[in-house]
Design a protein. Structure first.
Length: 172
């Protein structure tokens, strides 16, 4: 079992999407980000701001590793099978999405107490679910973890920079 998971993860990192995979990612990613924006702006989860451009380089780098790579490895790289493993991955995709959503309140109640209220908000959990589902579907369809990492990274960078997302220092 561990060898199978290690191979799945390795394959997801070394597989690069073809042109069709990137087009699929765009076709899933842009509507997902738009739906997340609509929900967040409507409910007050997101607030438009000018953004701290001085902090942008550090945000770009840190968000790439945590949460993008860190969460994608667990919730999509390990949990979502490759296309050669499962023709119908709906259970794996649903389970990885559910666990990804539940992970956030758990973080708030354990090692990110400053995020407790935010990570328990229904609107936050809804946009988290949309992002998780889009990342899982693109991971399965392309066989690669990279579209999910890119989508996750973009969503969090925009949130933290221009939509009022919290700084990491505020969450600990």
């Amino acid at each position: 079992m561990l060898a199978r998971l290690a191979n799945r993860l390795r394959d997801s990192f070394v597989t690069l999407p073809d042109r069709g995979g990137w087009l699929f990612t765009a076709a899933i990613g842009f509507p997902t980000l738009a739906a997340m924006a609509a929900i967040g702006l409507t409910t007050g989860l997101y607030t438009l701001g000018a953004g701290d451009l001085a902090a942008l380089p550090l945000t770009l780098l840190t968000v790439f590793f945590v949460p993008a790579i860190g969460e994608e490895v667990v919730f999509r790289g390990l949990m979502v099978p490759g296309r050669n493993e499962a023709a119908r991955p709906i259970i794996a995709i649903a389970l990885s999405t559910l666990l990804y959503v539940l992970w956030h309140p758990l973080e708030g109640f354990t090692f990110l107490p400053g995020a407790r209220a935010l990570f328990a908000r229904p609107d936050f959990l809804m946009v988290t679910g949309l992002l998780g589902l889009a990342c899982a579907v693109t991971r399965w369809r392309t066989g690669s973890i990279w579209p999910a990492v890119l989508l996750h990274w973009a969503a969090v960078v925009v949130w933290k920079t221009w939509l009022g997302g919290p700084a990491l220092d505020d969450l600990g």
